[in-house]
Design a protein around this ligand. Structure first.
Ligand code: MD3
Ligand code: FE
Length: 210
């Protein structure tokens, strides 16, 4: 992986040494393209509430596109080439989605990022995601790119240990965050999403899983 030397744009925020917030990077015309692309993914691989190893189900609805899709069941978390619900391969990552992920990764200095997985998380009002780490990918040198669409949410960002202190970060429609390097394995979660001007929040996380 090539890590570029670069200067931050003055408007860019950082959540850590290698975690970047690009506020409103997604223009409204692009957001509309993404909505259409997301709808096509959901038509091929419907959102579902995955079972977690503890036995519960996630309140967030999830699906995937790309060569690999993130899956959870009673046995644990892993990436699968086929949707376990249909037995068929996950739909490909639509071009407007992969284009945005590559642009965002490059802006954070991660050159050559080619996602092979995009997890689609849909938050109905009042749903949340508990504190966790993303550690099911093969190579943590690659960043994760996150795109927020629709209802705002409060993102919780901790440290490398579960008990480390957390900061709260508001994420709004069109915000993009890139997490890599020393920040790649930090604990994070999402507080319950409040009802508002959109029917739900959709978050896309682009990964190099395999
Ligand atoms: C920080 N999703 O799907 S995206 C997830 O908003 C997940 O749906 C949240 O956490 C959501 O696993 C947060 C932001 C995110 C994604 C990956 C990270 C933050 C991260 C990996 C390392 C550190
Ligand atoms: Fe995560």
């Amino acid at each position: 992986m090539q890590r570029a030397l670069f200067d931050d744009a003055p408007s860019d925020e950082r959540l850590g040494p290698e975690a970047f917030v690009f506020r409103r990077l997604v223009q409204e015309s692009v957001a509309e393209e993404l909505e259409t692309a997301i709808a096509s993914v959901i038509a091929a691989a419907p959102l579902r509430h995955m079972t977690v190893p503890g036995g519960g189900t996630m309140s967030v609805g999830t699906t995937s596109c790309g060569a690999l899709g993130w899956c959870s069941d009673a046995r644990g978390y892993r990436y699968e080439p086929n949707d376990p619900q249909s037995g068929r391969p996950w739909p490909p990552i639509p071009e407007p989605m992969s284009r945005l992920a590559k642009i965002a990764a490059a802006r954070a200095g991660f050159m050559g990022f080619e996602p092979d997985s995009c997890l689609v998380n849909r938050y109905a009002p009042r749903t949340k995601m508990g504190l966790h780490r993303d550690a099911d990918e093969r190579d943590f040198a690659w960043p994760i790119v996150s795109v927020s669409i629709g209802l705002p949410a409060t993102f919780v960002f901790g440290g490398l240990r579960r008990r480390d202190p957390v900061v709260r970060v508001p994420l709004e429609h069109g915000d993009v965050v890139v997490w890599g390097g020393v920040d790649r394995l930090r604990y994070h979660g999402v507080l319950p999403v409040r009802p508002g001007a959109w029917p739900h929040r959709t978050n896309l996380t682009f990964r190099r899983a395999g």
